[in-house]
Design a protein around this ligand. Structure first.
Ligand SMILES: *Cc1c(COP(=O)(O)O)cnc(C)c1O
Length: 393
């Protein structure tokens, strides 16, 4: 075909070269290493003179297929897939930063990412300034002569703040920073940070990309020179993605676009309905008009994503009762599943913090996060509505 294929088609049609069996679906390459017929080809492989597979910690056909599809979707030059989203985040820091470097990080980031930048990076002489997601003056004030990277997430978890990717791109250009974006919540089908100048894009593939709560996985894609450094770091330190997980994730990309359509439609429908619920204080969803960054969300996202959050009246106690009263929704520590999931950060992920500390990271006592699944939307909404009523007793 003469025409360049659309990335959605590529995510379905990119495939490891067929074996002599002429299989339709890619087979699983469960092998630790790959053989060489001649000493010379093995020497050349180790010298990076050819791209033969050597060992599955470095590369594997299933993993490569997943990476190639993700690069097509994100518009990236190259990538490396990792065992989890967190190993992708950690490897991007360790491979690109060194003793004496400074990092600027949005204060609303995933909890484990927060832990890495606050607890572990300082041990290696890498300091970090946390800045509120949309406080542009604070970002400017945070820049130091040794600032090397900006790290952000948008939309953020669980507060769903939206950061202006275009503005952040200009900020990085102006200060010559590596622009590193965790695109987990939006996926490349709703938002492409590279279009706004991102150098590195990270995913927890565990979430929407798998989409069925089965496997853990992560990926880093972006600029070729930076990915080369990340690849060399990972090849030595070993956070490789397992071939089986890569096979699952690569297959999952074939349905990501259609799944997201339903996830987003369900989330928007639930968010809209909850706005008029008497047991709810406020509702937040990037594509609801009342969202503080609605205009930015509309500018940079194709749809609002599968996650919404709301404040239940009655605080922590009502939040706990709400979870106990759900009959259909799952109460579990994940998101991005075909099954809708509810969580209450104040009594779970953030329960060890004081009220003041929680307020600082935007966790209000009655905050409920909903990951909208693929079920019939009214069934999900009816369950939420009845649990809201019971929560007030
Ligand atoms: C879950 C998550 C991660 C971590 O991914 P794992 O696959 O669980 O290691 C990182 N960032 C965001 C935004 C996430 O939601």
């Amino acid at each position: 075909m003469s025409q360049e294929l659309h990335p959605i088609t590529k995510a379905i049609r990119i495939q490891t070269e067929r074996s002599q069996q002429n299989e339709h679906s890619t087979p699983l390459y469960l092998t630790s290493s790959f053989i060489f017929d001649e000493a010379e080809t093995m020497r050349a492989a180790f010298a990076d003179e050819n791209d033969s597979n050597i060992y599955s910690r470095f590369s594997n056909p299933n993993v490569d297929e997943f990476i190639t599809k993700m690069c097509a979707l994100e518009g990236a030059e190259d990538g490396f897939a990792t065992s989890t989203g967190m190993s992708a985040v950690f490897s991007s820091f360790m491979a690109l930063l060194q003793n004496g470097d400074h990092l600027i990080c949005s204060s609303s980031v995933f909890g484990s990412t927060f832990g890495i930048v606050n607890k572990y990076l300082p041990r290696y002489g890498i300091t970090c300034t946390l800045v509120p997601a949309n406080d542009k003056a604070a970002w400017e004030a945070a820049v130091q002569p040794n600032t090397k990277m900006l790290y952000i997430e948008t939309p953020t978890n669980p507060q769903l703040e939206v950061i202006d990717l275009e503005w952040a791109g200009q900020f990085c250009k102006k200060h010559n920073l590596i622009y590193n974006v965790d695109n987990c919540f939006a996926t490349p089908l709703l938002q492409k940070p590279i279009d706004f100048g991102a150098d590195i894009v990270i995913h927890s593939a565990t979430k929407w990309i798998d989409g069925q709560g089965r496997v853990l996985g992560g990926i880093i894609v972006g600029r070729k020179d930076l990915i080369k450094d990340i690849y060399l770091f990972c090849r030595n330190t070993g956070p490789a993605l397992a071939p089986f997980n890569a096979w699952v994730l690569s297959k999952s990309l074939e349905t990501l676009d259609v799944r997201l359509e339903r996830h987003c439609a369900n989330a928007l429908k639930i968010a809209k309905a909850l706005q008029s619920n008497p047991n709810v204080g406020w509702v937040k969803y990037p594509f609801l008009e009342g969202h503080p960054q609605y205009d930015i969300a509309k500018k940079q996202m194709k749809a609002g994503g599968g996650v919404l959050c709301f404040e239940i009246n009655g605080g922590v106690e009502a939040g706990r009762k709400f979870l106990d009263s759900l009959q259909l929704l799952s109460v579990t520590a994940n998101l991005g599943d075909s099954r809708s999931i509810a969580s209450h950060p104040a009594s779970t992920t953030h329960s060890k913090l004081t009220d003041a500390e929680r307020a600082e990271v935007g966790i209000t006592p009655g905050l409920i996060r909903i990951s909208a699944g693929l079920e019939y939307a009214d069934d999900v909404l009816n369950d939420i509505t009845q649990a809201l009523e019971k929560s007030q007793g």
